[in-house]
Design a protein around this ligand. Structure first.
Ligand code: GLC
Ligand code: CA
Length: 559
C-alpha cells in the first residue's frame, strides 16, 4: 500500500468558538488555541482541523463565509492565524483549514453583486431561477428547514440555498467561479497548511432542471437528495479541483461526503480518488435515514452499530480506499452519550469506546472534549439552544404533535449544540474556557466533575488513557495499525467488538466487550501475548473472563 504522511496522522478537531477564549468576550479565539497548542501536542495528535475562522455573519457559526481571505475579528487576526500555523508546525502539527465551497454567505460581496443583477457576471456565480406559478421553482426543502429557494425581492427570481437562506449555493457549472474557488484554496496551501476538511462537498452538483420531489412532511416540501446530493457527473468537478489545488502540494483533503454509497468509495477516496480520505456517514446512526427528522430516527442496538461500523471499514478496504474514522464532530451529539447507556457511563466504558475507534483502519479524528469524556448537555428551554438546525428540528417535532418536553428530549439526543458547549478546562467559573461568566453558549453544568485539570495528572483518567492509546497506535505496531488489513472475527458474539489488524506476519487482535456484563471469550489459538489493556489485565489463558467494558489488544502470529 502506498505510504502517505496523512495515512499515518491522528487528527484533532478544534471548534474555535468553544475551545478557549483569551480576551474574556465569551467567544473562543485563535490566541486561545495558540495558548493551548502544548495541550494538543501532548495528546499525541499531529493534525489539527480548525473549523472555520474566516469572516462570517455566523448564521451557521462560520459555515457561512463572507470573506475567504480574512480571519473574522471575533477570532483574531490573519497574523495570529499565521502564528498558529507556524507554532503548530514547530510542534509537528499540521493545520487543516475548513473549506466551505458549496455555498458562501449572503454577505459575501459576490452575492451582494449578484442580487443586484441575477443575470449578470456575479449572478452566474449562484443559482437563480424564475418562480413557477407565483411559487418557488421547485419544492425542495432546505437542510435547515423551509424552502431551499429564497425570493429576490422586486424580481421574478429565487436563489437556491441547500442550507439556510444566508448560505446561497454556488453555481459549480460556472468555470470562472470554480477557478476563483481554487485560487482561494491555493492561497491557503501556499501558507504551508496540511490541507483541507472539505465541507458538504457532495452537494455541489444538482440536476439542472431542479425537479420537484414527492412531498414528505407537513411543511409541503420534499427531500431533494436524489437530485442534489452526489449527483451524476460531480466527479468532473472534484477531480478538477484536486488537480488544480492539493495535488500540486503535498497536501490532503478530507471530505465531508454524505450520500456517497459504498460502491463509490473507490472513486472518492481510492488510490486515485478525488480526496485523500472521507468521513463516511453510514455507521453514525444505523437506523438513520439521511436527513430524517430527528424525532423519527429509531434507536439502535450496539450490534447494529458494530455491523455498520465494520461494514464501512470492509467496504473501504475492498475499494483500496481511505477513510477518516470518527464518532464526534461539531455536528453530532457526544459519543459517550450516544453509544453508552447513561447508567454505564464512566472512564471504563468511555475508554472502551475510544479503543474501538482509534485502532480502526484509516486516519482517526478526535473532537475537542472527547478525550475527557464530555457529554451531551441538557437544556431547560429551547431558548438555550443557538444552533439553527436544532431550532428547525425542534419546530418540526412540535409541528408533528410532540410536546415541548418531548421535543426538547429529541434535541438532547441529537442537537449539534451538545458538542458545541465550551471546552471544560477546569472547575472555575466558565470552566476556564473564558473569564466571562456568560460564554456564547451555555456551559455544560457537569464541568465541575468533567474537566481537563482534574484528569491531567491522574494516570487513571480518560485523558491519560487517550494519550496512552494514541501512543500505543503510534508505537512499535504503528505500521500494522496504519497499513495493515482490517478483518473481523467472532462476529456473532453479542456486544463484542472483535477485529484484527494484519500486516504480513503481524496480527493484532482488538477485543472490546462493549457492555456492562462480563463475557467469557475463548481466544484464537494464534494469540501470543497481551499488548494493551484498559483495565490492567496482563495475563492470558486460553479462555478469559472479560470484565464489563474491558478492551484488550493481543498480539498473534500469522500462520
Ligand atoms: C457541514 C458542516 C455543518 C454546516 C453545513 C453547512 O455539514 O459541518 O456544520 O452547518 O456543512 O455548511
Ligand atoms: Ca475571545
Amino acid at each position: 500500500m502506498e505510504k502517505r504522511w496523512w495515512k499515518e496522522a491522528i487528527a484533532y478537531q478544534v471548534y474555535p468558538l468553544s475551545f478557549k477564549d483569551s480576551n474574556g468576550d465569551g467567544i473562543g479565539d485563535l490566541r486561545g488555541i495558540i495558548d493551548k497548542l502544548d495541550y494538543i501536542k501532548d495528546l499525541g495528535v499531529n493534525l489539527l482541523w480548525l473549523s472555520p475562522v474566516y469572516c462570517s455573519p455566523m448564521k451557521d457559526n462560520g459555515y457561512d463565509i463572507s470573506d475567504y481571505y480574512n480571519v473574522d475579528p471575533r477570532f483574531g487576526t490573519n497574523e495570529e492565524l499565521d502564528e498558529l500555523i507556524e507554532k503548530a508546525k514547530e510542534r509537528g502539527i499540521k493545520i487543516l483549514m475548513d473549506l466551505v465551497i458549496n455555498h458562501c454567505s449572503d454577505s459575501h460581496p459576490w452575492f451582494k453583486e449578484a442580487l443586484k443583477d441575477p443575470e449578470g457576471k456575479y449572478g452566474k456565480y449562484f443559482i437563480f431561477k424564475k418562480g413557477k406559478d407565483g411559487k418557488e421553482p421547485s419544492n425542495w426543502r432546505s437542510i435547515f428547514g423551509g424552502s431551499a429557494w429564497e425570493k429576490v425581492e422586486g424580481t421574478d427570481y429565487y436563489y437556491l440555498h441547500m442550507f439556510c437562506k444566508g448560505q446561497p449555493d454556488f453555481n459549480w457549472n460556472n468555470k470562472e467561479l470554480r477557478f476563483k474557488l481554487y485560487e482561494i484554496m491555493n492561497h491557503w496551501l501556499e501558507k504551508g497548511i496540511g490541507g483541507f476538511r472539505v465541507d458538504a462537498i457532495t452537494h455541489i452538483k444538482k440536476d439542472p432542471n431542479y425537479p420537484s420531489v414527492p412531498v414528505d412532511g407537513p411543511d409541503g416540501f420534499g427531500e431533494a437528495a436524489k437530485y442534489a446530493l452526489n449527483y451524476t457527473g460531480i466527479g468532473d468537478f472534484l477531480s478538477e479541483m484536486r488537480d488544480e489545488t492539493t495535488s500540486k502540494y503535498d497536501a490532503m483533503m478530507v471530505a465531508e461526503a454524505p450520500g456517497v454509497p459504498k460502491e463509490d468509495f473507490g472513486e472518492f477516496v481510492g488510490n486515485n480518488g478525488y480526496f485523500s480520505m472521507m468521513f463516511d456517514f453510514s455507521y453514525l446512526y444505523p437506523s438513520f435515514e439521511l436527513k430524517a427528522p430527528w424525532h423519527k430516527i429509531k434507536p439502535f442496538t450496539t450490534d447494529q452499530f458494530k455491523e455498520a461500523l465494520f461494514a464501512s471499514q470492509e467496504a473501504m478496504q475492498k475499494a483500496d480506499a481511505w477513510q477518516a474514522p470518527y464518532l464526534e464532530n461539531h455536528d453530532l451529539p457526544r459519543s459517550v452519550s450516544r453509544y453508552i447507556p447513561c447508567e454505564d457511563l464512566n472512564r471504563q466504558s468511555a475508554s472502551a469506546l475510544a479503543t474501538i475507534l482509534l485502532l480502526l483502519r484509516g486516519t482517526p479524528f478526535i473532537y475537542q472534549g472527547q478525550e475527557i469524556g464530555m457529554t451531551n448537555c441538557s437544556m431547560k428551554s429551547v431558548k438555550e439552544y443557538d444552533d439553527i438546525s436544532t431550532l428547525d428540528y425542534y419546530q418540526r417535532a412540535i409541528a408533528d404533535g410532540f410536546s415541548e418536553e418531548e421535543s426538547l428530549e429529541v434535541c438532547y439526543d441529537f442537537s449539534r449544540d451538545n458538542s458545541r458547549t465550551p471546552m471544560q478546562w477546569d472547575d472555575s467559573i466558565s470552566a476556564g474556557f473564558s473569564d466571562s461568566e456568560k460564554p456564547w453558549l451555555k456551559m455544560n453544568p457537569n464541568y465541575k466533575e468533567i474537566n481537563v485539570e482534574s484528569q491531567q495528572d491522574d494516570k487513571n483518567s480518560l485523558l491519560s488513557f487517550y494519550k496512552e492509546l494514541i501512543s500505543f497506535r503510534k508505537g512499535k505496531f504503528k505500521d500494522v495499525f496504519v497499513y495493515g488489513d482490517f478483518e473481523t472475527f467472532m462476529t456473532n458474539e453479542k456486544n463484542l467488538f472483535a477485529y484484527k489488524r494484519i500486516l504480513d506476519k503481524d496480527v493484532l487482535f482488538v477485543l472490546v466487550n462493549f457492555q456492562n456484563e462480563e463475557k467469557e471469550v475463548v481466544l484464537p489459538s494464534e494469540v501470543k501475548e497481551i499488548v494493551f489493556s484498559n483495565s490492567g489485565r496482563n495475563e492470558l489463558s486460553d479462555t478469559i473472563q472479560m470484565k464489563g467494558y474491558e478492551a484488550i489488544v493481543l498480539r498473534g502470529q500469522n500462520q
